[in-house]
Design a protein around this ligand. Structure first.
Ligand SMILES: Nc1ncnc2c1ncn2[C@@H]1O[C@H](COP(=O)(O)OP(=O)(O)OP(=O)(O)O)[C@@H](O)[C@H]1O
Length: 358
């Protein structure tokens, strides 16, 4: 990189040969070369470049794009220290991919990669985007499967009456018709308001503490094909739905009411009024245009995005404003979501029936 870009200083020197009467050859002698050190440590590649106020200082301070694309790595941190700049890159992100049975929802967080957890209690609401075949549906089903292993209450909306709607045959609260979906959003919203009020009356209520502190279960509204659905609605209906959703994303955290919205592209029209900024966890899977990434992560983001032909691969921001490469949990061939989710729903039903009897 340094040689190709000629980021060094050289002088031409004349070699005087053994025979003084013959003309010497001229050659280039490097008189200054930037000091760059690297260190590999627990899956991370640390690259430190000395900053010496020299001619190439600007280039050395902006190496991230070259390093990411040239080394096929992901930048996770860039820090300016006294006298040097340090780039920290993940050189084997795919090694952090976990399988579906390692996905765990606990303590208000959902573990999705070895080094990545979506802390939904602290950084609520998720926005999942992706083109056809990128792995959006598998990812949503994986989240549903993991949440069903906890006490979470789920509400699922699928206006296209496709894969998620099929779950209606094995579990409750799955809707696909326009009227049912609007009704479900209303019920979810009312539930949030009611719980917020009840929490304040609770004898153990403490300002600043959330639903989990009072032992209440989290509630998730999983809304697939969100943009397609809003496009189907009339202006009046869509304004009223957007207003409900806006209140949920703004007020849901403390009461434990979370939104997981999926769509092909988060068109600004349906994420206006700061709704998008309230989705802390954002994921883009598969083929997405530059414009799409801009809509998802913000148009001022400088990151370069690359496509790789790996199912379930994309980029995410867990709510910390650092965008990193992301791999959805690996689903083994032959995994039957409908059957697994059906058994989990049945097991839950049995537990709740038993509680009612006692
Ligand atoms: N995490 C994964 N593990 C294993 N295979 C995956 C994973 N994600 C996606 N795939 C493969 O990619 C295919 C397409 O994934 P999926 O159906 O989730 O895409 P999608 O983005 O929802 O597309 P569509 O919008 O057309 O439904 C799946 O049928 C599966 O074979």
């Amino acid at each position: 990189m340094i040689l190709d870009n000629k980021w060094y200083e050289a002088q031409t020197v004349q070699d005087s040969g053994f025979f003084t009467d013959l003309q010497g050859r001229s050659r280039e002698k490097i008189v200054w070369f930037p000091k760059i050190y690297y260190q590999m440590e627990t899956g991370l590649l640390h690259i430190r470049c000395e900053i010496s106020l020299g001619k190439y200082q600007d280039q050395l301070l902006r190496l991230e794009d070259k390093l990411e694309s040239g080394l096929y790595c992901e930048l996770t941190d860039k820090t300016l220290h006294d006298g040097y700049i340090e780039y920290v890159l993940l050189y084997d992100m795919i090694a952090n991919r976990i399988s579906i049975d390692e996905v765990k929802a606990e303590n208000g967080g959902l573990r999705l990669m070895k080094n990545l957890t979506w802390e939904y209690d602290a950084l609520p609401h998720a926005l999942i985007c992706g083109g056809t075949g990128g792995g959006k549906t598998y990812f949503l089903l994986t989240i549903i499967e993991a949440l069903l292993q906890t006490n979470a209450q789920l509400f699922i909306l699928d206006p296209k009456n496709a894969d998620l709607a099929d779950l209606g045959t094995v579990m409750d609260n799955v809707y696909h018709t326009k009227e049912d979906m609007i009704e479900c959003v209303n019920v979810f919203y009312e539930g949030m308001i009611q719980r917020s009020e009840e929490m304040k009356q609770h004898p153990d209520y403490k300002t600043g503490e959330n639903y989990a502190y009072l032992g209440l279960p989290p509630c998730f509204l999983i809304f697939d094909e969100y943009v397609a659905f809003l496009e189907m609605l009339g202006t009046k209906e869509s304004i009223s739905l957007l207003s409900q959703l806006k209140k949920i994303v703004m007020l849901g955290r403390q009461a434990g009411y979370f939104l997981i919205v999926a769509c092909q592209r988060p068109d600004a029209k349906y994420f206006s009024d700061g709704i998008r900024d309230n989705f802390n966890f954002r994921v883009g899977l598969g083929r997405i245009s530059e414009l799409g990434y801009g809509m998802l992560f913000g148009s001022d983001v400088k990151k370069q995005f690359f496509q790789k032909r790996i199912k379930g691969r994309g980029y995410c921001d867990v709510g910390t404003s650092v965008i990193s490469e992301f791999y959805t949990p690996l689903v083994p061939k032959g995994h039957d979501f409908l059957q697994t989710i059906g058994s989990l729903a049945l097991a839950r039903q049995a537990v709740s029936d038993e509680r009612k009897e006692n």
